[in-house]
Design a protein around this ligand. Structure first.
Ligand code: FAD
Length: 514
Protein backbone atom coordinates (compact mmCIF):
# COMPACT_ATOMS: atom_id res chain seq x y z
CA UNK A 1 0.00 0.00 0.00
CA UNK A 2 1.47 3.40 -0.97
CA UNK A 3 0.21 6.69 0.40
CA UNK A 4 1.10 9.72 -1.63
CA UNK A 5 2.50 12.79 0.02
CA UNK A 6 -0.83 14.13 1.36
CA UNK A 7 1.15 17.35 1.03
CA UNK A 8 2.92 16.60 4.27
CA UNK A 9 5.72 19.03 5.02
CA UNK A 10 7.28 16.64 7.53
CA UNK A 11 6.86 13.23 9.10
CA UNK A 12 7.93 12.87 12.72
CA UNK A 13 8.73 9.38 13.98
CA UNK A 14 7.81 9.21 17.66
CA UNK A 15 5.78 11.34 20.04
CA UNK A 16 8.31 11.86 22.84
CA UNK A 17 8.46 15.47 24.05
CA UNK A 18 11.29 16.14 21.53
CA UNK A 19 9.12 14.86 18.66
CA UNK A 20 6.01 16.68 19.84
CA UNK A 21 7.78 20.03 20.31
CA UNK A 22 9.23 19.71 16.78
CA UNK A 23 5.76 18.89 15.43
CA UNK A 24 3.95 21.61 17.37
CA UNK A 25 6.53 24.27 16.47
CA UNK A 26 6.35 23.33 12.79
CA UNK A 27 2.53 23.33 12.95
CA UNK A 28 2.64 26.77 14.62
CA UNK A 29 4.80 28.03 11.72
CA UNK A 30 2.10 26.82 9.28
CA UNK A 31 3.53 23.46 8.23
CA UNK A 32 1.45 20.30 7.87
CA UNK A 33 3.01 17.43 9.81
CA UNK A 34 2.22 13.82 10.66
CA UNK A 35 3.47 12.27 13.89
CA UNK A 36 3.75 8.47 13.85
CA UNK A 37 3.82 6.87 17.30
CA UNK A 38 4.22 3.13 17.75
CA UNK A 39 2.59 3.06 21.20
CA UNK A 40 -1.01 3.91 22.19
CA UNK A 41 -0.33 7.16 24.08
CA UNK A 42 1.90 10.18 23.44
CA UNK A 43 4.86 11.36 25.52
CA UNK A 44 7.33 8.43 25.55
CA UNK A 45 9.31 8.65 28.83
CA UNK A 46 7.39 11.87 29.52
CA UNK A 47 3.96 10.24 29.34
CA UNK A 48 1.47 8.95 31.94
CA UNK A 49 -0.60 5.78 32.10
CA UNK A 50 -3.74 4.91 34.07
CA UNK A 51 -4.44 1.80 36.18
CA UNK A 52 -7.32 1.18 38.59
CA UNK A 53 -7.96 4.84 39.32
CA UNK A 54 -4.26 5.75 39.56
CA UNK A 55 -2.40 7.98 37.08
CA UNK A 56 1.28 7.04 37.00
CA UNK A 57 4.10 8.94 35.27
CA UNK A 58 6.04 6.67 32.93
CA UNK A 59 9.40 8.25 33.79
CA UNK A 60 9.85 11.97 34.33
CA UNK A 61 8.06 13.65 37.22
CA UNK A 62 10.48 16.37 38.39
CA UNK A 63 9.77 19.00 35.80
CA UNK A 64 11.96 21.97 34.90
CA UNK A 65 11.13 24.55 32.23
CA UNK A 66 7.69 25.54 33.47
CA UNK A 67 8.62 29.00 34.74
CA UNK A 68 6.88 32.17 33.62
CA UNK A 69 9.85 34.40 32.79
CA UNK A 70 12.97 34.39 30.59
CA UNK A 71 13.69 32.06 27.65
CA UNK A 72 14.56 28.74 29.32
CA UNK A 73 10.93 27.95 30.24
CA UNK A 74 10.57 25.90 27.09
CA UNK A 75 7.63 23.75 28.18
CA UNK A 76 5.53 26.82 29.05
CA UNK A 77 6.55 28.41 25.74
CA UNK A 78 6.00 25.32 23.58
CA UNK A 79 2.43 24.97 24.90
CA UNK A 80 1.72 28.68 24.54
CA UNK A 81 2.95 28.69 20.92
CA UNK A 82 0.06 26.31 20.06
CA UNK A 83 -2.43 28.12 22.31
CA UNK A 84 -2.29 25.54 25.08
CA UNK A 85 -1.68 25.91 28.79
CA UNK A 86 -0.89 23.36 31.46
CA UNK A 87 -1.91 24.20 35.01
CA UNK A 88 1.05 23.43 37.29
CA UNK A 89 1.56 22.98 41.02
CA UNK A 90 4.73 24.59 42.41
CA UNK A 91 6.91 22.20 44.40
CA UNK A 92 8.42 23.97 47.44
CA UNK A 93 11.38 21.57 47.41
CA UNK A 94 13.15 20.13 44.35
CA UNK A 95 14.21 16.99 46.20
CA UNK A 96 15.49 15.57 49.45
CA UNK A 97 18.79 13.66 49.53
CA UNK A 98 19.44 10.77 51.97
CA UNK A 99 23.20 10.26 51.69
CA UNK A 100 25.98 8.32 53.45
CA UNK A 101 27.29 9.53 56.80
CA UNK A 102 23.79 10.73 57.88
CA UNK A 103 23.96 13.56 55.41
CA UNK A 104 20.36 14.56 54.66
CA UNK A 105 19.53 17.77 52.87
CA UNK A 106 16.61 19.11 50.87
CA UNK A 107 16.95 21.54 47.97
CA UNK A 108 14.47 24.32 48.60
CA UNK A 109 12.91 26.39 45.86
CA UNK A 110 14.37 29.37 47.72
CA UNK A 111 18.06 29.51 46.72
CA UNK A 112 19.34 31.20 49.91
CA UNK A 113 17.65 28.63 52.14
CA UNK A 114 19.35 25.73 50.33
CA UNK A 115 22.77 27.43 50.24
CA UNK A 116 22.57 28.26 53.97
CA UNK A 117 21.87 24.61 54.82
CA UNK A 118 24.79 23.46 52.69
CA UNK A 119 27.08 25.99 54.37
CA UNK A 120 25.98 24.76 57.83
CA UNK A 121 27.13 21.25 56.84
CA UNK A 122 30.34 22.51 55.16
CA UNK A 123 31.22 25.82 56.91
CA UNK A 124 34.85 25.62 55.71
CA UNK A 125 33.61 25.60 52.10
CA UNK A 126 31.36 28.66 52.37
CA UNK A 127 33.20 30.52 49.62
CA UNK A 128 33.52 27.48 47.36
CA UNK A 129 29.79 26.72 47.63
CA UNK A 130 28.85 30.29 46.77
CA UNK A 131 31.31 30.43 43.87
CA UNK A 132 30.24 27.08 42.37
CA UNK A 133 26.49 27.71 42.49
CA UNK A 134 27.11 31.37 41.59
CA UNK A 135 28.92 30.25 38.42
CA UNK A 136 25.95 28.00 37.59
CA UNK A 137 23.71 31.05 37.90
CA UNK A 138 25.93 32.99 35.48
CA UNK A 139 25.63 30.19 32.91
CA UNK A 140 21.85 30.11 33.39
CA UNK A 141 21.59 33.89 33.00
CA UNK A 142 23.37 33.66 29.62
CA UNK A 143 20.93 30.98 28.48
CA UNK A 144 17.91 32.77 29.87
CA UNK A 145 18.64 36.07 28.16
CA UNK A 146 18.40 34.83 24.56
CA UNK A 147 15.71 33.04 22.57
CA UNK A 148 16.82 29.40 22.28
CA UNK A 149 16.64 28.20 18.68
CA UNK A 150 18.91 26.27 16.32
CA UNK A 151 22.62 26.82 16.85
CA UNK A 152 23.04 25.21 13.40
CA UNK A 153 21.42 28.21 11.69
CA UNK A 154 23.98 30.98 10.93
CA UNK A 155 21.31 33.67 10.43
CA UNK A 156 19.86 32.94 13.89
CA UNK A 157 23.34 33.03 15.43
CA UNK A 158 23.98 36.37 13.77
CA UNK A 159 20.72 37.90 15.05
CA UNK A 160 21.05 36.53 18.55
CA UNK A 161 24.64 37.75 18.78
CA UNK A 162 23.44 41.27 18.11
CA UNK A 163 20.65 40.93 20.67
CA UNK A 164 22.78 39.47 23.48
CA UNK A 165 26.51 39.53 22.58
CA UNK A 166 27.80 39.00 26.13
CA UNK A 167 25.49 36.05 26.74
CA UNK A 168 26.63 34.44 23.47
CA UNK A 169 30.28 34.86 24.42
CA UNK A 170 29.50 33.53 27.91
CA UNK A 171 27.87 30.41 26.51
CA UNK A 172 30.69 29.81 24.04
CA UNK A 173 33.03 29.88 27.03
CA UNK A 174 31.07 27.26 29.01
CA UNK A 175 30.19 24.93 26.11
CA UNK A 176 33.39 22.80 26.38
CA UNK A 177 33.46 22.73 30.21
CA UNK A 178 32.19 20.09 32.67
CA UNK A 179 30.58 20.85 36.05
CA UNK A 180 33.13 18.70 37.94
CA UNK A 181 36.03 20.86 36.72
CA UNK A 182 34.31 24.02 37.91
CA UNK A 183 33.43 22.37 41.26
CA UNK A 184 37.06 21.27 41.77
CA UNK A 185 38.28 24.77 41.08
CA UNK A 186 36.31 26.14 44.04
CA UNK A 187 35.78 23.18 46.39
CA UNK A 188 38.26 20.83 48.09
CA UNK A 189 36.09 18.89 50.59
CA UNK A 190 35.67 15.33 49.22
CA UNK A 191 32.21 14.80 50.69
CA UNK A 192 30.96 18.05 49.21
CA UNK A 193 32.39 17.05 45.82
CA UNK A 194 30.49 13.75 46.15
CA UNK A 195 27.39 15.80 46.86
CA UNK A 196 27.93 17.76 43.63
CA UNK A 197 28.27 14.36 41.93
CA UNK A 198 24.84 13.19 43.08
CA UNK A 199 23.38 16.63 42.30
CA UNK A 200 24.45 15.96 38.68
CA UNK A 201 23.80 12.22 38.64
CA UNK A 202 20.14 12.56 39.55
CA UNK A 203 19.34 14.03 36.11
CA UNK A 204 22.43 13.37 33.96
CA UNK A 205 23.19 9.83 35.30
CA UNK A 206 26.85 10.87 35.33
CA UNK A 207 29.12 12.27 38.05
CA UNK A 208 29.94 15.97 37.81
CA UNK A 209 33.25 15.43 36.01
CA UNK A 210 31.36 14.10 32.95
CA UNK A 211 28.31 16.41 33.21
CA UNK A 212 28.36 19.44 30.86
CA UNK A 213 28.44 22.78 32.71
CA UNK A 214 25.72 24.21 30.44
CA UNK A 215 23.25 21.57 31.65
CA UNK A 216 24.36 21.94 35.29
CA UNK A 217 23.97 25.73 35.09
CA UNK A 218 20.48 25.26 33.71
CA UNK A 219 19.28 22.70 36.27
CA UNK A 220 20.94 24.15 39.39
CA UNK A 221 19.48 27.58 38.72
CA UNK A 222 16.12 26.95 37.04
CA UNK A 223 14.99 24.98 40.11
CA UNK A 224 15.22 28.26 42.06
CA UNK A 225 14.27 30.66 39.22
CA UNK A 226 11.30 29.10 37.39
CA UNK A 227 11.15 26.38 40.04
CA UNK A 228 10.04 22.77 39.86
CA UNK A 229 6.38 22.66 38.86
CA UNK A 230 4.21 19.56 38.54
CA UNK A 231 1.62 19.50 35.73
CA UNK A 232 -1.85 19.02 37.23
CA UNK A 233 -3.30 15.68 36.14
CA UNK A 234 0.13 14.06 35.59
CA UNK A 235 3.18 14.65 33.43
CA UNK A 236 1.37 13.07 30.46
CA UNK A 237 -0.80 16.23 30.29
CA UNK A 238 2.12 18.06 28.62
CA UNK A 239 2.15 15.60 25.71
CA UNK A 240 -1.67 15.45 25.52
CA UNK A 241 -1.88 19.24 25.29
CA UNK A 242 0.85 19.45 22.66
CA UNK A 243 -1.11 16.87 20.66
CA UNK A 244 -4.32 18.99 21.02
CA UNK A 245 -2.44 22.02 19.74
CA UNK A 246 -0.94 20.07 16.82
CA UNK A 247 -4.36 18.71 15.80
CA UNK A 248 -6.12 22.05 16.16
CA UNK A 249 -3.62 23.49 13.68
CA UNK A 250 -4.58 20.84 11.11
CA UNK A 251 -1.69 18.40 11.60
CA UNK A 252 -2.12 14.81 12.77
CA UNK A 253 -0.83 12.10 15.07
CA UNK A 254 -1.35 8.38 14.51
CA UNK A 255 -0.88 5.80 17.28
CA UNK A 256 0.06 2.13 16.80
CA UNK A 257 2.08 3.36 13.80
CA UNK A 258 5.37 1.51 14.05
CA UNK A 259 7.96 2.85 11.60
CA UNK A 260 10.32 0.07 10.53
CA UNK A 261 12.26 1.85 7.81
CA UNK A 262 13.19 5.34 6.67
CA UNK A 263 13.00 5.25 2.88
CA UNK A 264 15.84 6.80 0.89
CA UNK A 265 16.18 7.71 -2.79
CA UNK A 266 19.43 9.03 -4.21
CA UNK A 267 20.74 9.11 -0.63
CA UNK A 268 17.94 11.48 0.46
CA UNK A 269 15.17 10.64 2.96
CA UNK A 270 11.85 10.53 1.11
CA UNK A 271 9.45 8.69 3.38
CA UNK A 272 8.83 5.93 5.93
CA UNK A 273 7.58 2.37 5.90
CA UNK A 274 5.33 1.08 8.70
CA UNK A 275 5.21 -2.46 10.07
CA UNK A 276 1.85 -3.00 8.27
CA UNK A 277 3.60 -2.39 4.93
CA UNK A 278 2.18 1.11 4.45
CA UNK A 279 4.56 3.70 2.96
CA UNK A 280 4.13 7.42 3.59
CA UNK A 281 6.15 10.09 1.83
CA UNK A 282 7.39 13.53 2.73
CA UNK A 283 10.44 15.62 1.85
CA UNK A 284 11.38 15.91 5.51
CA UNK A 285 11.70 13.07 8.00
CA UNK A 286 12.45 13.61 11.69
CA UNK A 287 13.39 10.72 13.96
CA UNK A 288 12.58 11.03 17.67
CA UNK A 289 13.80 7.48 18.10
CA UNK A 290 17.25 7.29 19.72
CA UNK A 291 20.30 7.44 17.42
CA UNK A 292 21.04 3.77 18.27
CA UNK A 293 17.53 2.79 17.11
CA UNK A 294 17.45 5.17 14.12
CA UNK A 295 20.79 4.06 12.68
CA UNK A 296 20.96 0.49 14.12
CA UNK A 297 24.31 1.42 15.63
CA UNK A 298 24.70 -1.77 17.67
CA UNK A 299 22.58 -3.97 15.43
CA UNK A 300 22.29 -3.00 11.77
CA UNK A 301 19.32 -5.31 11.24
CA UNK A 302 17.22 -3.32 13.70
CA UNK A 303 17.94 0.24 12.51
CA UNK A 304 15.46 2.38 10.56
CA UNK A 305 18.23 3.24 8.08
CA UNK A 306 19.53 0.32 6.05
CA UNK A 307 23.09 -0.80 6.90
CA UNK A 308 24.74 0.52 3.70
CA UNK A 309 23.36 4.02 4.20
CA UNK A 310 24.37 4.58 7.82
CA UNK A 311 26.75 7.60 7.88
CA UNK A 312 30.18 7.00 9.45
CA UNK A 313 29.62 10.02 11.69
CA UNK A 314 26.90 8.04 13.50
CA UNK A 315 29.31 5.16 14.26
CA UNK A 316 31.77 7.76 15.51
CA UNK A 317 29.07 9.19 17.78
CA UNK A 318 28.44 5.74 19.25
CA UNK A 319 32.15 5.44 20.03
CA UNK A 320 31.96 8.75 21.90
CA UNK A 321 28.68 8.12 23.75
CA UNK A 322 27.32 4.89 25.20
CA UNK A 323 23.81 4.09 26.41
CA UNK A 324 23.35 4.73 30.12
CA UNK A 325 21.84 1.86 32.10
CA UNK A 326 18.08 1.51 32.16
CA UNK A 327 16.00 1.26 35.34
CA UNK A 328 13.91 -1.12 37.36
CA UNK A 329 10.81 0.93 38.20
CA UNK A 330 8.05 0.40 40.72
CA UNK A 331 4.68 2.06 40.38
CA UNK A 332 2.83 1.64 43.67
CA UNK A 333 -0.61 2.59 44.96
CA UNK A 334 -0.39 2.84 48.77
CA UNK A 335 -2.62 3.79 51.72
CA UNK A 336 -2.48 7.48 52.48
CA UNK A 337 -1.51 7.02 56.14
CA UNK A 338 1.97 5.72 55.20
CA UNK A 339 3.00 9.21 54.08
CA UNK A 340 2.77 12.36 56.12
CA UNK A 341 1.38 15.41 54.30
CA UNK A 342 4.58 17.35 55.10
CA UNK A 343 6.78 14.77 53.35
CA UNK A 344 8.68 16.03 50.29
CA UNK A 345 7.65 14.80 46.84
CA UNK A 346 11.06 13.69 45.46
CA UNK A 347 13.76 11.74 47.32
CA UNK A 348 17.10 10.17 46.47
CA UNK A 349 18.83 7.52 48.55
CA UNK A 350 22.56 6.70 48.23
CA UNK A 351 24.02 4.37 50.86
CA UNK A 352 27.56 4.03 49.53
CA UNK A 353 29.30 6.69 47.42
CA UNK A 354 31.44 4.01 45.73
CA UNK A 355 28.27 2.41 44.32
CA UNK A 356 26.96 5.61 42.71
CA UNK A 357 27.42 4.45 39.12
CA UNK A 358 26.71 0.76 39.76
CA UNK A 359 23.63 -1.44 39.47
CA UNK A 360 21.12 -0.43 42.20
CA UNK A 361 23.56 2.23 43.47
CA UNK A 362 20.94 5.02 43.70
CA UNK A 363 17.24 4.95 44.51
CA UNK A 364 14.91 7.61 43.16
CA UNK A 365 11.48 8.06 44.79
CA UNK A 366 8.66 10.38 43.72
CA UNK A 367 5.25 10.79 45.35
CA UNK A 368 3.41 13.21 43.05
CA UNK A 369 0.08 12.77 44.91
CA UNK A 370 1.62 14.99 47.62
CA UNK A 371 1.27 17.78 45.06
CA UNK A 372 -1.77 16.57 43.12
CA UNK A 373 -4.14 14.25 45.01
CA UNK A 374 -6.28 13.75 41.88
CA UNK A 375 -3.71 11.21 40.62
CA UNK A 376 -4.98 8.52 43.03
CA UNK A 377 -8.28 7.37 44.52
CA UNK A 378 -9.28 9.04 47.82
CA UNK A 379 -7.09 7.97 50.74
CA UNK A 380 -4.33 6.67 48.47
CA UNK A 381 -0.94 7.90 47.31
CA UNK A 382 1.15 6.85 44.35
CA UNK A 383 4.86 6.13 44.66
CA UNK A 384 7.15 5.91 41.65
CA UNK A 385 10.54 4.49 42.62
CA UNK A 386 13.38 3.38 40.38
CA UNK A 387 16.97 2.25 40.49
CA UNK A 388 19.53 1.97 37.67
CA UNK A 389 19.73 -1.48 36.14
CA UNK A 390 21.49 -2.70 33.05
CA UNK A 391 19.78 -4.69 30.27
CA UNK A 392 22.47 -7.38 30.48
CA UNK A 393 21.15 -8.29 33.95
CA UNK A 394 17.83 -9.21 32.32
CA UNK A 395 18.80 -11.02 29.12
CA UNK A 396 18.80 -14.79 28.59
CA UNK A 397 16.52 -15.55 31.55
CA UNK A 398 13.72 -18.12 31.48
CA UNK A 399 10.24 -16.75 32.19
CA UNK A 400 10.47 -18.11 35.72
CA UNK A 401 13.96 -16.68 36.34
CA UNK A 402 12.76 -13.33 35.02
CA UNK A 403 9.78 -13.25 37.41
CA UNK A 404 11.93 -14.29 40.38
CA UNK A 405 14.45 -11.57 39.57
CA UNK A 406 11.68 -8.97 39.32
CA UNK A 407 10.47 -9.92 42.81
CA UNK A 408 14.05 -9.69 44.16
CA UNK A 409 14.45 -6.15 42.84
CA UNK A 410 10.98 -5.32 44.18
CA UNK A 411 11.95 -6.51 47.68
CA UNK A 412 15.24 -4.61 47.45
CA UNK A 413 13.48 -1.36 46.54
CA UNK A 414 10.74 -1.77 49.18
CA UNK A 415 13.37 -2.40 51.86
CA UNK A 416 15.29 0.75 50.91
CA UNK A 417 12.18 2.96 50.59
CA UNK A 418 10.99 1.65 53.99
CA UNK A 419 13.99 3.39 55.55
CA UNK A 420 12.28 6.69 54.85
CA UNK A 421 8.67 5.41 54.74
CA UNK A 422 8.25 2.81 57.51
CA UNK A 423 5.25 0.42 57.28
CA UNK A 424 5.25 0.63 53.51
CA UNK A 425 5.25 -3.09 52.74
CA UNK A 426 1.95 -3.79 54.56
CA UNK A 427 0.19 -0.86 52.92
CA UNK A 428 0.69 -1.52 49.21
CA UNK A 429 -2.64 -1.75 47.36
CA UNK A 430 -1.32 -1.88 43.80
CA UNK A 431 2.08 -2.63 42.31
CA UNK A 432 3.68 -2.70 38.87
CA UNK A 433 7.32 -3.61 38.27
CA UNK A 434 9.07 -2.49 35.08
CA UNK A 435 12.49 -3.82 34.08
CA UNK A 436 14.95 -2.64 31.40
CA UNK A 437 13.13 -5.07 29.08
CA UNK A 438 9.82 -3.29 29.80
CA UNK A 439 11.43 0.07 29.01
CA UNK A 440 12.96 -1.26 25.80
CA UNK A 441 9.62 -2.69 24.68
CA UNK A 442 7.20 0.09 25.64
CA UNK A 443 9.44 3.14 25.13
CA UNK A 444 11.11 1.75 22.00
CA UNK A 445 14.51 2.72 23.41
CA UNK A 446 17.75 0.85 22.75
CA UNK A 447 18.52 -1.34 25.80
CA UNK A 448 15.79 0.61 27.64
CA UNK A 449 18.50 3.24 28.19
CA UNK A 450 17.82 6.56 29.94
CA UNK A 451 20.00 8.24 27.29
CA UNK A 452 23.55 8.75 26.02
CA UNK A 453 26.44 9.19 28.45
CA UNK A 454 30.06 9.90 27.49
CA UNK A 455 32.34 6.88 27.11
CA UNK A 456 35.11 9.00 28.58
CA UNK A 457 35.44 12.55 29.86
CA UNK A 458 34.52 14.88 26.99
CA UNK A 459 34.71 18.60 26.35
CA UNK A 460 31.33 19.47 27.86
CA UNK A 461 28.53 19.56 25.30
CA UNK A 462 30.80 20.16 22.30
CA UNK A 463 30.65 16.62 20.83
CA UNK A 464 26.83 16.32 21.15
CA UNK A 465 25.28 16.38 17.66
CA UNK A 466 22.60 18.85 16.59
CA UNK A 467 19.50 17.94 14.57
CA UNK A 468 20.77 17.64 10.98
CA UNK A 469 22.23 14.32 9.90
CA UNK A 470 24.58 13.40 7.07
CA UNK A 471 21.51 12.03 5.23
CA UNK A 472 19.84 14.83 3.36
CA UNK A 473 16.30 15.63 4.62
CA UNK A 474 16.71 13.41 7.69
CA UNK A 475 16.79 15.09 11.11
CA UNK A 476 17.07 13.68 14.63
CA UNK A 477 15.46 15.09 17.76
CA UNK A 478 15.33 14.07 21.42
CA UNK A 479 17.79 13.05 24.07
CA UNK A 480 20.49 11.73 21.74
CA UNK A 481 20.84 15.25 20.32
CA UNK A 482 22.20 18.47 21.86
CA UNK A 483 21.69 19.20 24.78
CA UNK A 484 20.74 15.70 26.08
CA UNK A 485 18.22 14.19 28.52
CA UNK A 486 15.35 15.73 30.46
CA UNK A 487 12.03 17.13 29.30
CA UNK A 488 13.22 20.72 29.05
CA UNK A 489 16.39 19.65 27.24
CA UNK A 490 14.48 17.62 24.63
CA UNK A 491 12.03 20.53 24.29
CA UNK A 492 15.08 22.65 23.38
CA UNK A 493 16.08 20.00 20.86
CA UNK A 494 12.53 20.19 19.41
CA UNK A 495 12.68 23.99 19.12
CA UNK A 496 16.07 23.76 17.43
CA UNK A 497 14.94 21.02 15.04
CA UNK A 498 11.77 22.90 14.01
CA UNK A 499 13.81 26.08 13.50
CA UNK A 500 16.36 24.30 11.32
CA UNK A 501 13.58 22.71 9.22
CA UNK A 502 11.68 26.02 9.21
CA UNK A 503 14.65 27.79 7.64
CA UNK A 504 14.75 25.13 4.90
CA UNK A 505 10.99 25.48 4.27
CA UNK A 506 11.29 29.25 4.54
CA UNK A 507 8.53 29.48 7.14
CA UNK A 508 10.49 30.92 10.07
CA UNK A 509 9.54 34.28 11.46
CA UNK A 510 12.32 36.66 10.46
CA UNK A 511 12.14 38.32 13.87
CA UNK A 512 13.49 36.61 16.98
CA UNK A 513 10.74 35.43 19.39
CA UNK A 514 9.64 37.94 22.06
C1 FAD B 1 12.60 6.55 34.84
C2 FAD B 1 12.85 7.90 34.22
C3 FAD B 1 12.77 9.04 35.01
C4 FAD B 1 12.99 10.30 34.46
N1 FAD B 1 12.85 11.40 35.25
C5 FAD B 1 12.94 12.63 34.69
C6 FAD B 1 12.59 13.79 35.45
O1 FAD B 1 12.20 13.69 36.62
N2 FAD B 1 12.68 15.01 34.82
C7 FAD B 1 13.05 15.14 33.51
O2 FAD B 1 13.08 16.26 32.98
N3 FAD B 1 13.38 14.03 32.78
C8 FAD B 1 13.31 12.80 33.33
N4 FAD B 1 13.57 11.70 32.57
C9 FAD B 1 14.13 11.88 31.21
C10 FAD B 1 13.08 12.30 30.21
O3 FAD B 1 11.88 11.61 30.45
C11 FAD B 1 13.62 11.98 28.80
O4 FAD B 1 14.91 12.55 28.63
C12 FAD B 1 12.72 12.54 27.70
O5 FAD B 1 11.36 12.27 27.99
C13 FAD B 1 13.11 11.90 26.37
O6 FAD B 1 12.33 12.47 25.35
P1 FAD B 1 12.56 12.15 23.83
O7 FAD B 1 11.90 13.22 23.05
O8 FAD B 1 14.00 11.90 23.56
O9 FAD B 1 11.76 10.83 23.50
P2 FAD B 1 11.20 9.45 24.22
O10 FAD B 1 10.63 9.84 25.51
O11 FAD B 1 12.27 8.46 24.13
O12 FAD B 1 10.06 9.13 23.22
C14 FAD B 1 10.28 8.62 21.92
C15 FAD B 1 8.94 8.15 21.37
O13 FAD B 1 9.16 7.65 20.07
C16 FAD B 1 8.41 6.45 19.89
N5 FAD B 1 9.11 5.65 18.87
C17 FAD B 1 10.38 5.19 18.95
N6 FAD B 1 10.68 4.49 17.83
C18 FAD B 1 9.58 4.53 17.05
C19 FAD B 1 9.27 3.98 15.77
N7 FAD B 1 10.16 3.25 15.10
N8 FAD B 1 8.04 4.20 15.25
C20 FAD B 1 7.13 4.96 15.92
N9 FAD B 1 7.36 5.48 17.15
C21 FAD B 1 8.57 5.28 17.70
C22 FAD B 1 8.43 5.80 21.26
O14 FAD B 1 7.36 4.89 21.41
C23 FAD B 1 8.30 7.03 22.17
O15 FAD B 1 6.96 7.37 22.41
C24 FAD B 1 13.33 10.42 33.09
C25 FAD B 1 13.40 9.27 32.29
C26 FAD B 1 13.16 8.03 32.83
C27 FAD B 1 13.20 6.82 31.95
Amino acid sequence: MKLNKENLDAIIIGSGIGGLVTASQLAAKGAKVLVLEKYIIPGGSGGSFKRKGYTFDVGASMIFGFGEKGYTNLLTRALKDVDEYCETIPDPVQLEYHLPNNFCISVDREYEKFIEKLIIRFPHEKDGIKKFYGTCEKVFNCLDSMPLLSIEDPSYLFKVFFKAPLSCLGLARWLPVNAGDVARKFIKDQELLKFIDIECFCWSVMPAIKTPMINAGMVFTDRHAGGINYPKGGVGKIAEKLVSGIERLGSKIRYRANVIEILLENEKAIGVKLSNGEEIFSDIIVSNSTRWDTFGLHNNDKGLIKRDNVPNSEYKWSETYKPSPSFVSLHLGVSKEVIDDSFNCHHIIVEDWDELENEKGVIFISIPTLLDSSLAPTDKHIIHAFTPSSICEWENLSRNEYLIKKEKYYSFLIEKISNILPNLRENIEHKEIGTPRTHRKFLGRFEGSYGPIPNKKLLGLLPMPFNSTKIENLYCVGDSCFPGQGLNAVAFSGYACAHKIGSKLNINNVKLPE
